[in-house]
Design a protein around this ligand. Structure first.
Ligand code: ZN
Length: 338
């Protein structure tokens, strides 16, 4: 039997790898290490970077690589049992390859791989030291990802690692002409088609064509819709009515969708991740989420029937920032391989 007492978390992003190591009691040992990911150069190029990160982690922790009992790996792509199966912001050779098996040829250490939102969900759980219940993470970004952690800290991934594709639950919201918006997944009416950066661009271009926004500053520039959408957060922070309207709609529909997820999982705690966690209007956004939630959730999912002051579903912002996913994967490795 292995006497290994350390577990590594490796978070592979589009440009960097963030890596962390924890001991058997879950304490982080040494700082988070960051190296370039080189994902576009193929997975073998990234493996070299992972090895460099592991060398630095073990050096900082004063241990040998053989003292690592398991590795948790996360990627910004949908994956199932170590294989990326969907659209990925990575080089072509990543998709359809058994990444865990290939990496294991180099490292000979047990490896578990999942997507970045699942990893961040465990990370958010791990940094809330006093939290004992379940945790649902919903993270709007370019798309809309999610993750669910069971009481005790175990990640729930489903039978095939395909659970919690929360961006693709169906919501009954339509455009002004009554149509359901198309989602990047090929379906129509997905939550992600309303709550994501992609959705924000679509909604912005529709609104800018309306007479009431004819004189809006964003109509006076030659910038692309991507560039204009990028400005919305700052504009909202300065009170711009159009930007606030767009974020308010996103918040409301996100809360509405979360109501069905809460009805399914009853997590008690819903953590909202993604870039808006750093927006100055984040408290307003959370109120808009709660409004949408209240519109769809039964009262029992909002307040205890015995103590009406007690919330049955709490909403919080993510706290872990960029480090959450790597920490989450180190915890997941400890859960699976200790
Ligand atoms: Zn979809």
């Amino acid at each position: 039997m292995s006497k290994a007492k350390h577990f590594a978390g490796l978070d592979i992003g589009g440009s960097t790898v963030k890596a962390v190591i924890i001991n058997s009691t879950g304490d982080q040992v040494g700082p988070i290490v960051e190296v370039k990911s080189h994902v576009k150069d193929g997975y073998q190029a990234t493996f070299k970077q992972l090895e460099a990160a592991l060398d630095e982690l073990t050096k900082n922790a004063g241990i040998d690589r053989k003292d690592i009992g398991g590795i948790g790996l996360d990627v910004p792509a949908p994956s199932s049992n170590g294989v990326i199966w969907g659209k990925a912001n990575l080089g072509d050779d990543w998709v359809g390859t058994d990444i865990c098996a290939e990496l294991n040829k180099h490292l000979n250490i047990p490896i578990h791989m999942t997507n970045d939102c699942n990893a961040a969900a465990v990370g958010e759980y791990a940094i809330r030291h006093k939290h004992l219940g379940a945790l649902l993470l919903v993270a709007p970004g370019t798309g809309l990802g999610g993750g669910f952690v069971l009481p005790g800290g175990k990640l729930y991934e489903g039978a095939n690692g395909l659970a919690l594709e929360v961006g693709h639950i169906s919501v009954p919201f339509t455009e002004d002409d009554g149509s359901l918006p198309s989602c990047t997944c090929g379906l129509k009416g997905c939550l992600e088609a309303w709550v994501s950066l992609v959705a924000l661009r679509r909604r912005l271009s529709i609104e800018l064509q309306k007479p009431e926004w004819k004189d809006h500053a964003l109509n006076a520039t030659e910038a692309t819709i991507e560039e204009k959408a990028f400005k919305l957060r700052t504009l909202a922070e300065h009170g711009d009515a159009l930007s606030i309207q767009l974020f308010k709609q996103q918040g409301f529909i996100l809360g509405y969708g979360i109501a069905d997820l809460v009805r399914t999982f009853d997590p008690g705690l819903v953590v909202i991740g993604g870039g808006l966690a750093e927006a100055k209007f984040r408290n307003d956004f959370l109120d808009w989420v709660r409004e949408g939630f209240a519109d769809r959730a039964w009262p029992i999912y909002r307040h205890s029937p015995i103590d009406p002051q007690k919330e049955t579903t709490r909403f919080e912002w993510a706290e872990g920032g960029d480090a959450a996913a790597s920490i989450g994967m180190a915890y997941t490795a400890r859960e699976l391989f200790s």
